[in-house]
Design a protein around this ligand. Structure first.
Ligand SMILES: Cc1cc2nc3c(=O)[nH]c(=O)nc-3n(C[C@H](O)[C@H](O)[C@H](O)COP(=O)(O)OP(=O)(O)OC[C@H]3O[C@@H](n4cnc5c(N)ncnc54)[C@H](O)[C@@H]3O)c2cc1C
Length: 516
């Protein structure tokens, strides 16, 4: 499926059952659900799929141990069941990840032990394994870099891990497989109303400037932290629904956490949860929870947030990462629904659905893990209100694109059953078997594959979200940018000026992920 044929579908379709605005976890989940039920579905994304919060997560498919501590059992129960379904439906993208929780007081050991036992039991038949209390020596065997001073023992429990933007690309392809039309670099610039009721959207193609009007029976605003901007296209004087809260992660070398266990610190000095997770060939450490005034497309980590993560890494993993150890630092914004003026940490992570007078549906909040449940809820509510026909949801057991239980190498695993097609490209043209950079695990064939089949259009699309080069080694990704630009240009017929502009744009963006 190429961009041109998707544009033709937009031009030639008189009316869609549903238009979804926003190509993050929420919008993509809704597109999959709606298309799989047989609804004619269009999803439009302003930049790229998962450009927003959905590529900036901690990469956990989890029930949320922290919500358990807050007593939110129903949220944890629902998320644990979605966790199990996601592993069953996308085993190529989700894996079981054992965690060690270190206990530094004798009281913590039974306390965490009991809580995590409840966590394991709540997952029922979809569980990933029972938690257990382990000795100090066993804790250190599983997580050798744990700080030993005062360590009494630990608790081992299980959660899931995934690659967030790869799951987004997989959802995009799953929706395409079921007949939906999805297009990136196509912002909604206005809404269309008929007799006061929402009836469509105005679109502008960022590549050509061409405008389109698309009509639908239902319009869904799934733009994450940007929902209020779209809501104000519907009605000028709406009050803000979402308050953004920033979370950052640093990505460091595996030597900071060798082995295959993650570490979870349930309560830092200021009451936060901190994770250190092996991910690809690195360790991801985070996160923070900092209220910020505005929703930005490229949020920047604050110096205080970086210091928080570095000092806690030193405290719990013995060594403070130096700038040369940090491969990348990234920030994401939680779309937290406003409930008064309290600190953002206490706001709900559950999702919110709101219908405007015009019929515009806004859905925000929730988390990656629960995207399927959110989508089911959204589509059910649209049919309950008569916007679309009532058809049964089939996503609980729907296998996602590329489903396979066969394990591949770490970097190829995310393609699932498509890995053979990626390798075929390199067989067809042996030059594409070369890596895009010696310090990155990605081949040129993956760039070609991303352009031909995954709707990648820019250097950033490839280096940030089709591959994870920007997160696993931001400096190497800059060095790879000219090679990637040349490959994309050759595929899509762009000229030298386009390549130079792309490399400059990408380098400026990646600077924000590098600590010097
Ligand atoms: C630091 C952090 C860590 C997290 N970790 C986890 C985790 O480990 N596990 C987990 O389950 N959840 C996690 N989450 C939560 C999860 O990432 C989010 O709930 C989820 O990604 C939100 O997805 P979304 O689709 O609602 O928003 P987004 O991903 O932000 O998507 C919204 C999209 O709308 C697009 N858009 C905006 N305006 C327009 C327009 N006018 N026209 C068209 N498109 C538009 C944007 O470009 C964007 O791509 C984390 C969140 C944060 C911030």
């Amino acid at each position: 499926m190429n961009r041109q044929s998707l544009l033709e579908r937009i031009s030639t379709t008189d009316r869609w059952d549903m238009i979804v605005i926003g190509g993050g976890a929420t919008g993509l989940g809704i597109a999959v659900d709606a298309a799989a039920r047989g609804h004619r579905t269009l999803l439009v994304e302003a930049y790229d799929f998962a450009k927003g919060t959905s590529s900036r997560a901690t990469k956990l498919v989890h029930g949320g141990v922290r919500y358990l501590a807050q007593g939110n059992i129903s949220l944890v129960y629902e998320a644990l069941h979605e966790r199990g379904r996601l592993l069953a439906n996308a085993p190529h993208l989700v894996r079981v990840l054992p965690h060690v929780v270190p206990a530094y007081t004798w009281y913590d050991l039974p306390f965490y032990g009991a809580g995590l036992l409840l966590y394991s039991v709540l997952a029922g038949s979809l569980g990933f394994g029972m938690s257990r209390i382990v000795s100090k020596a066993e804790s250190l065997r599983l997580a050798p870099t744990l700080s030993q001073q005062g360590l009494k023992g630990g608790v081992v429990y299980f959660d899931g891990q995934f690659d967030d933007s790869r799951l987004a690309i997989t959802l995009m392809r799953t929706a395409l497989d079921h007949g939906a039309t999805l297009i990136n670099h196509m912002p909604v610039t206005g809404l269309v109303h008929t007799n006061g009721a929402i009836s469509g959207v105005q679109l502008t193609d960022s590549e050509t400037g061409q405008t389109y009007t698309a009509h639908a029976n239902a319009v869904v605003n799934a733009t994450g932290v940007f929902v209020d901007a779209v809501r104000s296209m519907d009605k000028a004087d709406v009050s803000a629904l979402v308050t953004p809260s920033q979370g950052i992660h640093i990505v460091v070398d595996r030597s900071f956490l060798p082995g295959d266990h993650a570490v979870m610190i349930p309560k830092t000095a200021d009451g936060r949860v901190l994770f250190a997770l092996p991910w690809h060939d690195c360790v991801v450490i985070g996160t923070t929870d900092t209220g910020v005034p505005r929703a930005e497309l490229e949020p920047r980590p604050l110096a205080a947030e970086i210091e928080f993560v570095l000092s806690h890494t030193e405290k719990y993993l013995t060594r403070r990462p130096q700038p040369s150890d940090i491969r990348s630092v990234f920030a994401g914004l939680r779309p937290l629904v406003k409930r008064g003026d309290g600190a953002t940490k206490t706001l709900s992570r559950d999702h919110t659905i709101l219908f405007a007078e015009s019929g515009l549906m806004t859905i925000t909040g929730g988390k990656w893990t629960t995207y399927r449940h959110m989508a089911e809820d959204a589509v059910n509510q649209l049919s309950a209100r008569g916007f679309i026909a009532n058809k049964p949801c089939i996503t609980k057991t729907l296998r996602l694109h590329g489903f396979t239980t066969v394990r591949d190498s770490d970097s190829m695993q995310v393609y699932g059953s498509d890995a053979a097609a990626v390798r075929d490209l390199a067989t067809h043209n042996p030059a594409w078997a070369a890596l895009i950079h010696p310090d990155l695990p990605y081949t040129q064939a993956e760039v070609i594959y991303a352009v031909r089949t995954e709707l990648a259009r820019t250097v950033e699309d490839v280096l940030s979200r089709r591959t994870r080069a920007l997160l696993i080694n931001a400096q190497a990704s800059c060095a790879a940018a000219p090679v990637v630009a040349a490959l994309i240009a050759a595929e899509l017929g762009f000229d030298d000026a386009w390549q130079a502009a792309q490399v400059a744009e990408y380098t400026a963006l990646a600077e924000g992920y590098i600590i010097r």
